[in-house]
Ligand binder design. Sequence first.
Ligand code: CTP
Ligand code: ZN
Length: 154
Amino acid sequence: MSKELKVKKIRNGTVIDHIPPGRAMDIIKILNVNMEEDTVLIAVNVDSSKMGKKDIIKIEGKLLERDEVDKVAIVAPEATVNIIKDYEVVKKFKVKPPETVEGVIKCPNPNCITNDEREPVRTRFVLESDDPPVYRCEYCERLVEADRLPDLIR
Ligand code: CTP
Ligand code: ZN
């Protein structure tokens, strides 16, 4: 018998799989999961044959749209999304970093207008390169490399 820890299957919903270990909570923030209302299963540091360890998020009863779930690629470009209907995987895709990201990432430049405390402007980043994802602040042009992105999730 496999030693792998089995996480409960869901009937309907969205499973985000192959998340690098430690990134699950960043993804919960990015997706605006409502921790008071949504039914969410989170598994961290689960054994994975492909990755060694991984995190998994299962959101019951919510079929997330591709545009919404692609934001996951900001911190987990290797994540896979599975749409589950009646216990079956009906759609499976890899996330793809969005061309523009609004209001999700903080700009690391303290002088950027998006960090002005008196009149904060909603952040807007544009994808500069894909793999790994690098984003550029549209206001101050500051580049944010992939490894810094997780720390800058608002
Ligand atoms: N899953 C689930 N509930 C279901 C069906 C699947 O939670 N009713 C989860 C599985 O636990 C797994 C993911 O959805 O984490 C993908 O399921 P499946 O495609 O069956 O697994 P694998 O073949 O291992 O996926 P992959 O090839 O993407 O690694
Ligand atoms: Zn900026």
